[in-house]
Ligand binder design. Structure first.
Ligand SMILES: NC(=O)c1ccc[n+]([C@@H]2O[C@H](COP(=O)([O-])OP(=O)(O)OC[C@H]3O[C@@H](n4cnc5c(N)ncnc54)[C@H](O)[C@@H]3O)[C@@H](O)[C@H]2O)c1
Length: 334
């Protein structure tokens, strides 16, 4: 059985997903693509023999499209995801589910009345071998009850127009999702601290930042967000439990990272670091949809993450600790 997929947004991520679906996910066929920049969509469509639309709604309404992957910018996600729900079509929406709490709640409300989940959010770290091994080690109880989690999230560079609040809403959102997934707890507060800005960061970008998250059971999580670190894509985690630690991303020996170059196996960007995770994310989504069940990161995960990110941005602008209050979790996400 083959799942016929329509992809909305053929920029960097959309193209990447289309290529993977076409080349490495055997049960998937990309039958339609759409982008407001139609020329770009045409180039992608030609490679896989797909139809082209300029309007994502027309793609969602296409009878040939059984499931939709949304890879357009975050501000378009609410409207497009709601259209997929109205059409009863499973949808894999790239993160964020939507950029505001209210927009996420509208998606939750629309999905919560359905007999089954249709929405999955593109938090792909959950599909990475290393992150899965980290979770398995924590869940096994080998290091005891988690107390602290240290997260390092470093990018070599960011595109023009990347702003200080996007460091939370675009980048730290992944660490927010990992924290909730790894610990199985909601986050109840966020506080953002601003370090001395790097002279190598674009003017006006507050880089780096430290984000302190507090979970419902009192685990403290610090996230270093440093998006112009120059040397590569460096993702590291260390969980501190009552009787030991579990680390991800550390290499044995001393590593020097400096002067625009790195020593040792540090990936250049997220595609190199998480290529296998994106692959598995797509494969498991396609298999799940074909089997009638969507089990990946849910609209609830998307909502909870956006709520924490919004608290982070409020802390960033006003200073101090900002509490996170979630609505009651609908039964669909129990
Ligand atoms: N999971 C991850 O690791 C990861 C990594 C990068 C980006 N993303 C997410 O993927 C999404 C896309 O990011 P990107 O880096 O590919 O951006 P991009 O700017 O490269 O591409 C976005 C594309 O969407 C198109 N577009 C804009 N409005 C549209 C609309 N209404 N309908 C259809 N197409 C529209 C643009 O013309 C552009 O081609 C974002 O939500 C981003 O947060 C996720």
């Amino acid at each position: 059985m083959t799942l016929r997929i329509g992809v909305v947004g053929t920029g960097q991520m959309g193209r990447y997903h289309v290529e993977r679906l076409a080349s490495s996910v055997p049960d998937a066929q990309v039958v339609a693509v759409s982008d407001v920049y139609v020329e770009g969509a045409k180039q992608v469509a030609e490679q896989v023999g797909a139809r082209v639309y300029s309007d994502g709604h027309d793609l969602i309404g296409d009878d040939q499209v059984q499931a939709v992957l949304i890879a357009s910018p975050g501000f378009t996600h609410e409207e497009l995801t709601l259209a997929c729900l109205a059409a009863d079509k499973p949808v894999l929406c790239e993160k964020p589910l939507a950029p505001t709490i209210d927009a996420c709640l509208r998606v939750l409300e629309a999905e919560a009345v359905k007999p089954r989940r249709l929405v999955q959010v593109g938090f792909m770290r959950r599909y990475d071998d290393g992150f899965r091994a980290l979770k398995a080690a924590v869940d096994s109880g080998r290091v005891g009850r988690p107390l602290l989690l240290h997260c390092r999230h470093r990018n070599a560079a960011v595109p023009p127009g990347f702003t200080s609040d996007m460091m939370i809403t675009d980048s730290v959102v992944h660490d927010i999702d990992v924290t909730r997934w790894l610990l199985g707890q909601e986050i109840v507060a966020a506080t953002v601290f601003k370090a001395r800005p790097s002279s190598l960061a674009p003017e006006g970008l507050q880089d780096p930042q430290m984000v302190l998250l507090e979970t419902a059971e009192g685990v403290l999580v610090d996230v270093e967000s440093f998006v112009t670190c120059q040397f590569g894509y460096d993702i590291r985690y260390e969980l501190v439990g009552e009787s030991g630690t579990v680390a991800l991303g550390e290499q044995p020996g001393v590593q020097v990272r400096a002067e625009g170059r790195h020593q040792g196996p540090i990936p250049a960007d997220y595609r190199e670091r998480f290529g296998a995770a994106y692959q598995r994310e797509l494969q498991e989504w396609v298999s799940g949809v074909l089997g009638g069940e969507v089990v990946g990161p849910s609209a609830w995960d998307g909502y909870a993450t956006t709520a924490v990110a919004e608290a982070g941005v409020e802390s960033q602008t006003k200073g101090g600790r900002v509490a996170v209050e979630l609505v009651e979790r609908p039964a669909l996400y129990a």
